[in-house]
Design a protein around this ligand. Structure first.
Ligand SMILES: O=C[C@H](O)COP(=O)(O)O
Length: 252
């Protein structure tokens, strides 16, 4: 039985005081980590403070990106070793906003995935199609290629620990959620791709989140689908109450 992962991706939102208030008001209300993994993906400058505040609780702190290199002349970048050193446990890789606006490619996502495992970070790898690609019936092939590229060269054990987030780009921040059937269909396909590329054990173990306008009102239905193991949530994760409701749904 796979455990749901509910991850709130704050993107470039909140000031430090707001971030701290959020963690202070949620950290002791998180449903047990035995039932659900609750994760907050915060902006880089807040990570040390939030990791400290969340210590000893069931709330995990994640980064929203990182470089694949260990160290060096990469002005403005943050390395996997730095994140690990801070006590960060997960890292979002290949979010569509990074692919679209910051030249993230399948190749860099793959390098970052390897780097994450090298440093003991769990990658949350985002994949998903644009509206044009969906309308051209390319969803499955686009997502399949992204998944294959991201996971290339990983061991079965690493794939077992990986989290894939299926986020149709047309559903992000638009209020348009994919229907639970549409979302599940793609998540099922991702699992089949992993079964063929890696093993059926890895396909059974990998967690696949859905992301795109998830909110307390639609999360139950999405999580009831056979191949959806959690959610990567933007807008609805910014308010503590709404985030806690999503985590509660993930623990059911
Ligand atoms: O990382 C989160 C996703 O981009 C979804 O964002 P959203 O829930 O605001 O649509």
């Amino acid at each position: 039985m796979r455990k749901n992962v509910i991850a709130g991706n704050w993107k470039m939102n909140k000031l430090l005081g707001e971030a701290v208030d959020f963690v202070e008001s949620t950290k002791n209300k998180i449903a047990s980590a035995e039932k659900v993994e609750a994760v907050v993906c915060a902006p880089f400058p807040y990570l040390p403070t939030l990791v400290e505040k969340a210590k000893g609780t069931d709330l995990a702190i994640a980064a929203q990106n990182m470089h694949f290199e260990e160290s060096g002349a990469f002005t403005g970048e943050v390395s996997p070793a730095m994140l690990k050193d801070l006590g960060v446990s997960y890292v979002v890789l290949g979010h569509s906003e990074r692919r679209e606006m910051f030249a993230e490619t399948d190749e860099t996502v793959n390098k970052k995935t390897h780097a994450a495992f090298k440093h003991g970070l769990i990658p949350i790898i985002c994949v998903g199609e644009t509206l044009e690609q969906r309308e051209a019936n390319e969803t499955m092939s686009i997502v399949e290629n992204q998944v294959k590229a991201a996971l290339a060269g990983l061991t079965e054990e690493q794939v077992n620990q990986t989290i894939v987030a299926y986020e149709p780009i047309w559903a992000i921040g638009t209020g348009k959620t994919a229907t639970s059937e549409q979302a599940n269909e793609v998540c099922t396909h991702i699992r089949k791709v992993i079964a063929a590329e890696v093993s059926s054990t890895a396909a059974d173990a990998v967690r696949i989140q859905y992301g795109g306008s998830v909110k307390p009102a639609n999360v139950d239905e999405l999580l009831s689908q056979s191949d959806i193991d959690g959610a990567l949530v933007g807008g609805a994760s910014l308010e503590a109450e709404s985030f806690l409701q999503l985590v509660e749904a993930g623990a059911k």
